[in-house]
Design a binder for this molecule. Structure first.
Ligand code: BG6
Length: 509
């Protein structure tokens, strides 16, 4: 595929609200998320000139430290995790906007002094009374922080300003807890001021799904049960549980990945064209897909879903222990690290098209993709003899090597007629010659701009839980369906059988 350069004349097509000056308060500022994701993302935005210069950042946490110490720690983290190398001058100027506010989360005085600090920054830096609160803490800390924000009135903005909250996953561990959490958040912040992060939505290629579908005329006319034979959505990781056993063992792949990231990718793939690009118009269409998912109950769960756990094996030739041997994992854990599902979307467009979803840890290779396989051509002409021709497959690579490829049949050069599959391939890196921004960069900017399109709305989260709860409930009734797979393999035989029942083979990434 040729490499188009970005045409500056077309920039008018960009559809984007501008981020506004604000004070970003990160609760849980000494944690992993702040170090690995938030600060590197904010630094890169500042380095690109995308962050309004008056944005101030306040780290709110319990540990004793000064702003100076906090900045030094963040600098180290940014050196390690930033996608671009740190520039001394830029870092210095960025770091001057970062402050540390020490307080327990349950101390009213800490919120009073926070308010005073924000007022001071408003005057000094012109942050216009806008507040963005980021709950980068474990969910059991949400209630106390939200209660205090409400009691201190920090959830309400002055006339002409705004106060928003960003909530990190997990949004509950089932429908009941998700509803309770959503209820709690919505008692303190309006839904329009609530930004639930699903970082997959911030990935550049996830955003491209809608662009591909609705900014091109060639795909959408084929995007239905008349032309598509099946869809596979895969998120594979070579990593294991990586020291997160406490959380992961109570969650498992279904809650950790399917309920949020993978169902979100499914909605973007299957949704109807929205009436506009407004946040609610887009999310209205996405939630309809979730509502159209055929519920899985009773024995159907075991027919449509395979769960499995990794056993010891080899990753890149190196031996790795099994899940049950990982630190903090009970020796008899039945938590799934692999899940494969076949789901149906019972609506007009997709009736009869099987969708396959798969996610796992300790796979031979990491990668996330959506593969849309089209129906075979009729068994006439070139397709009349032999095993038949390969179907056309459109693959949207979410990560790594972001891009889109299309498999087609072509004639092998020569006097005899041989037909081989070939690939048309578009790579972001080579086509645009630009590094792909991190998901958190986009999402932080959008929250500052008041654009909630790429954030999960309350009803989306709850519909996704309704679907997942049906499976989890049934799983509780037995354990003998849990399969095992060697770390570094592509998963258990049971998953291959699930796909084979539909004449499908799981793709190798
Ligand atoms: C997180 C999950 O939400 O997503 C992790 O909790 C998983 O278990 C991660 O590893 C995957 O994200 P990414 O961006 O690395 O694909």
């Amino acid at each position: 595929m040729s490499s188009p350069s970005v045409n500056p004349l077309r920039e008018g097509i960009a559809n984007r609200l501008a981020p506004e000056p604000c004070t970003l308060v990160i609760f849980g500022a000494t944690g992993d998320l702040t170090h690995r994701k938030l600060i590197p993302a904010l630094y890169n935005l500042a380095a690109e000139g995308a962050l309004p210069p008056s944005v101030s950042i306040i780290g709110f946490a319990r540990r004793e430290k000064t702003s100076e110490q906090f900045r030094t720690e963040l600098e180290e983290a940014a050196r390690k995790f930033s996608r671009t190398p740190l520039d001394e001058e830029l870092w210095k100027s960025f770091a001057s906007s970062v402050h540390y506010h020490r307080s327990p989360f349950d101390d009213a005085e800490g919120y009073r002094t926070l308010a005073a600090e924000m007022d001071r920054l408003d005057k000094e830096r012109g942050t216009a009374g806008n507040r963005l609160y980021y709950l980068a803490v474990a969910p059991d800390q949400f209630p106390v922080i939200l209660d205090h924000l409400k009691a201190s009135g920090l959830n309400r903005a002055a006339e002409g300003s705004w106060a928003r909250v960003i909530v990190e996953k997990p949004f509950g561990k089932d429908l009941k807890t998700a509803r309770a959490l959503n209820g709690l958040v919505n008692e303190v912040f309006e839904e329009r001021d609530t930004y639930r992060i699903d970082h997959y939505l911030g990935k550049e290629t996830a955003q491209n799904i809608m662009v591909m579908r609705f900014a091109n005329s060639i795909f959408e006319s084929l995007w239905d049960s008349g032309h598509v034979s099946h869809v596979q959505i895969t998120a594979a990781e070579p990593l294991g549980v990586e020291g997160r056993a406490g959380y992961y063992d109570t969650s498992g792949a279904m809650r950790d990945m399917v309920q949020n990231h993978l169902l979100q990718l499914l909605t973007l793939t299957a949704m109807e064209p929205p009436t506009s690009l407004g946040a609610d118009a887009v999310r209205d269409e996405k939630v309809k897909v979730l509502r159209s998912l055929r519920p899985l109950r009773g024995d159907d769960v075991f027919r449509h879903v395979v769960r499995a756990q990794y056993a010891p094996g080899l990753i890149n030739g190196q031996p790795v222990p099994g899940y049950r041997e990982a630190d903090g994992v009970p020796k008899d854990s039945v938590t799934e690290t692999y899940v494969a599902l076949q789901v149906n979307i019972d609506n007009w467009r997709w009736a009869g098209v099987p969708f396959f979803i798969r996610t796992a840890k300790r796979m031979p290779k990491g990668g996330t993709e959506i593969a849309v396989t089209f129906k075979s051509v009729p068994r006439v002409l070139f397709n009349s003899t032999g095993e038949g021709l390969d179907e056309n497959v459109l693959v949207i690579r979410i990560q790594p090597d972001e891009g889109v490829s299309l498999r087609m049949s072509a004639k092998l050069p020569g006097s005899s007629l041989r037909i081989e599959p070939v690939k048309m391939d578009f790579h972001y890196g080579t086509s645009f010659g630009k590094a792909t921004p991190e998901a958190y960069e986009r999402l932080l900017l959008d929250a500052m701009a008041g654009d909630a399109t790429l954030f999960a709305r309350r009803d989306e989260v709850e519909e996704a839980w309704t679907f997942v709860d049906g499976i989890e409930e049934e799983w509780k009734t037995r354990k003998d369906d849990l399969a095992f797979y060697e770390a570094g393999s592509w998963g258990p035989a049971e998953a291959a059988e699930l796909a084979a029942r539909h004449g499908v083979t799981w793709r190798r990434l």
